[in-house]
Design a protein around this ligand. Structure first.
Ligand SMILES: Cc1cc2nc3c(=O)[nH]c(=O)nc-3n(C[C@H](O)[C@H](O)[C@H](O)COP(=O)(O)OP(=O)(O)OC[C@H]3O[C@@H](n4cnc5c(N)ncnc54)[C@H](O)[C@@H]3O)c2cc1C
Length: 464
């Protein structure tokens, strides 16, 4: 089907947020107040932090300040792949923290188990389905990559099933698949907006004071109290946790470590029974292909297909702007790739198209830290894999605020920071050249040029 025609009626907004279940915003903050802990940011990082702070100590007075609406940013726009990995995949974790990888993998699975238990405990219905993820190869060189991956994971005893061409197509029927690897328990599919709204409700029930449409404009510290000023008020608190993603940071140092990268997605109309039969997909796994520029796709609870990824766009200057949420060139490309992958779905149309901004850091997995004498903490840099890992990041922040070392705070991954990005305009030049090199590698059987090999040696890179 002509991609332009297939996209003609697609709404220009995130599918998940375009829902009657979206709650009315909580009131703005008016006037001056105090709290034990102020959490800034109403995405997953902030919501998990506020919720778990109350679960750890119900007597704590917690305020959450969100500049716009709960979950409006990356949190309400993502693919809904809730992964166990805390390290942006096993290979990245093994390369950076080989001596910790067993612990990191175990903690990641425990984190995902805990997410599942939290949903039950608080009655959060976000269509959580622990289907796992199917990694598929669509080129010979990608098969080699999957085989290498298999060698690594068999040493660690993880639950992966290798699939040959026939087996992978029996799972999800695409003529482009050459083989695959099914990571069975390390990933769940969910509706991210309903998760965010459910976490908000749970926070409110436990007594967190949530203020939406309340951007924090400045932060000052008199040595005991940190004061956060908002347009119509202020909060003074002993402790502050920042879950502000890639937005202009309240702590200057963060701007060296994260860059805004835009990722785009489409949603189809619900498939008919016959269309679903034509693709199989009875185990409903999330799927990711194995190029450097990769697609991710999955079924929703009403059997639409979310189809996203491939282009990861950095706009020169590194700004976050609402107009970047739409990129027609990318939507057309994504639609074309969709029909290449599923020719039997020719005629299926798209109902939504959107983009969102990712907080990319040079090591791809989140980093954590403290400032203001340990009374302010932060977690950022999830680089496109934060649906599950943000809960771990929230726990790290609460551990750091407690002042007592824990298994989490003792990790090298937690103690170390990523390499900072160079300042602009060098930053734009370096990132665009790296993006170009990555696209070239995909077109040349995965062969990495001198630049990418040099970055690999330094443990640096660009990803989404
Ligand atoms: C298109 C797309 C697809 C993705 N797919 C996946 C996926 O399938 N799986 C996965 O694991 N990850 C995925 N991600 C990444 C994932 O969504 C993020 O890692 C995660 O949502 C990060 O949550 P966060 O709370 O840290 O940040 P955000 O969701 O960005 O929230 C930060 C919040 O802080 C608020 N804020 C910032 N500054 C202030 C201030 N000064 N005052 C008050 N509030 C402030 C913002 O308004 C915002 O609401 C995807 C991301 C995108 C964009």
């Amino acid at each position: 089907m002509d991609p332009l025609k297939a996209l003609a009626d697609a709404e220009r907004k995130p599918y998940w947020l375009d829902s009657p279940a979206r709650p009315e915003p909580q009131p703005r903050l008016f006037g001056h107040t105090t709290a034990d802990l102020v959490v800034v940011g109403g995405g997953f990082t902030g919501l998990w932090t506020a919720l778990m702070a109350k679960e750890r100590d119900p007597s704590l007075d917690v305020v959450l300040l969100e500049g716009r609406r709960i979950g409006w940013a990356a949190t309400g726009r993502n693919g809904g792949f809730c992964m166990a990995t805390l390290t942006h995949g096993l290979a990245n974790g093994l390369e950076r923290w080989p001596e910790e990888i067993d612990r990191l993998e175990r903690m990641g699975v425990e984190n995902l188990d805990e997410i599942e238990r939290t949903l039950e405990r608080h009655g959060i219905d976000c269509s959580f389905e622990r289907t796992g993820e199917l990694h598929v190869a669509t080129e010979d060189w990608q098969l080699d990559g999957l085989n290498e991956h298999l060698d690594l994971i068999s040493d660690l005893g993880l639950d992966y099933v290798p699939l040959d061409q026939e087996q992978v197509r029996a799972e999800v029927n695409s003529p482009t698949y050459l083989g695959g690897l099914w990571e069975r328990s390390g990933c769940a599919m969910l509706d991210p907006a309903r998760l965010a709204w459910g976490l908000r409700e749970a926070c409110l029930r436990l007594g967190v004071r949530v203020h939406e449409r309340t951007p924090v404009r400045s932060l000052t510290d008199d040595g005991t109290t940190i004061t956060l000023r908002t347009p119509y008020g202020a909060v003074g608190a002993r402790h502050v946790a920042l879950g502000t993603g890639v937005f202009p940071p309240l702590l200057r140092r963060l701007k060296h470590f994260v860059v805004p990268v835009y990722d785009y997605a489409l949603m189809t109309e619900p498939l008919t029974g016959a269309q679903l039969d034509a693709v199989g997909w009875r185990n409903r796994q999330g799927v990711g292909d194995s190029g450097n520029q990769f697609h991710y796709y999955r079924l929703t609870d009403d059997n639409r297909i979310l189809w996203g990824g491939y282009d990861a766009v950095y706009y020169n200057g590194g700004l976050v702007k609402p107009e970047y949420d739409q990129r027609d060139e990318t939507f057309v490309k994504l639609a074309r790739h969709f029909y290449d992958t599923f020719p039997q779905l020719d005629g299926v149309r798209f109902t939504h198209r959107w983009g969102g901004v990712i907080d990319t850091c040079s090591r791809f997995s989140a980093f954590y830290g403290q400032a203001h004498g340990g009374r302010l903490v932060y977690a950022a840099g999830y680089t496109g894999m934060g649906v599950g890992a943000t809960r771990f990041g929230a726990n790290v922040m609460l551990d750091l605020l407690s002042g007592k070392p824990t298994d989490r705070t003792e990790l090298r991954m937690v103690k170390e920071k990523p390499m900072p990005f160079p300042p602009e305009p060098v930053r734009s030049g370096v990132i665009q050249f790296t993006r170009w090199s990555i696209a070239q590698a995909d077109q040349h059987q995965g062969r990495r040029n001198l630049w990418l090999r040099a970055l690999d040696r330094m443990g640096l890179g660009f990803d989404s």
